[in-house]
Design a protein around this ligand. Sequence first.
Ligand code: HEM
Length: 397
Amino acid sequence: MTTLAIDLTSREYRLNPWPLYARLRDEAPVHHVPEGAADGSDFYVLSRYDDVALALKDKKLFSSQIRRDDYMNLPMLVNRDAPEHTRLRHMANRAFNARLVRTLGDWVQTIVDDLMTDLLSHDRVEFVEAFTTSLPLRVVGGMLGIPLDRKADLRRWSQAVMDSFAVAAGMDPDEAPGFFEDLMEFGNYMGDLAAERKGKPNREDILGELVVQHEAGDLTRDELVTMAWSFVAAGHETTMNLLGGGFHLLLSDPEVAKRMAAEPERTGDFAEEYLRLNSPTQWLLRRTKQDVELHGSVIPEGALVHVLLGAANRDPRHFPDPDTFDLDRPNKGDHMAFGAGPHFCPGAALSRLLADRAFHAYYAHLDRFSLDPEEPAQYRTRQGSYGIAKMNVLVSR
Ligand code: HEM
């Protein structure tokens, strides 16, 4: 096993991980980081496409239940294995099915049009605040029955859920002061919202379906609350990264923008190739359930493994010329930006819908938007998340 002298927690790595990924894939496909995790324990890193696919799909070898004690070990979809995961996932799929997403088109379009009209009324906007954060929060919040005037709270709560994931993965809780109180506040709020719906079954939105399942005794109150947490946290930052990064690409590459405006029916391909190239979730965590032998190295049972989606999606063994954005790439749909296997993202159809409507709305006003040359866009530095944190855009009349 090769151990490269690289620091996976460094800022440079978070902002520009691609050269390190290439070295990992080529020189150390099973990379061991002794005492490198935030809690001081060691971990392993997988970066090649086939190995990442194995870690996500093989339930006998890899577990999603990464914590071994009870601290922040919340009953959430993402950190549970079968049979508990299968049961919760069945509930989630019923609440969040493709049929429901298909009925959302007109409503999503109204929100996109509303945000776009607002953008066009300014001379200069901070695009992340004005659009890429607002769209997923309004949609996911609306589907959970959270009224618009709680938007600021929803952002804070979404952040608290993300922080809880990071703390469960080993981050020092002092780095996220107040997250636990915010999480509890969100839980109580969702509990109250659900209680208001009791006896008035309404399967039109996610909350309605979850309440029906709760009343039937299939879902406990805690599970209902953590399910709502999962949807908000998993759906907000990821979709925001896709939208922000996609718009940045359109604004910074006139050739791509011109082509998309001429062929708007290729917007789905645009989003998939963007996701392949810049996975909003760069890595996931797993724990080995038994010794796993790969490339002549053994990852011991019980080891924590960083599964690098972002590296797998740029593995030249699977995607030729992987660092290039290629709208016509035949196998771009093989990307694992939405994960793979039993935990494959249940929100994929929704985020594709949001991206489709958002990018389409932009083509009509292509000539009016430009990046502010005075202030380059800033990337996020949260570990494991890749996307734009701040992007000033000029709007001409
Ligand atoms: C571009 C947008 C999105 C990306 C890149 C993304 C990515 C992912 C990935 C990689 C996973 C797998 C996690 C794992 O295997 O441990 C996942 C799971 C999940 N996603 Fe998404 N997601 C996106 C949008 C959404 C949306 C809009 C929602 C809901 C509103 C959502 C809800 C979830 C949930 C609940 C899970 C857990 C599923 C499970 O563990 O069975 N995601 N997502």
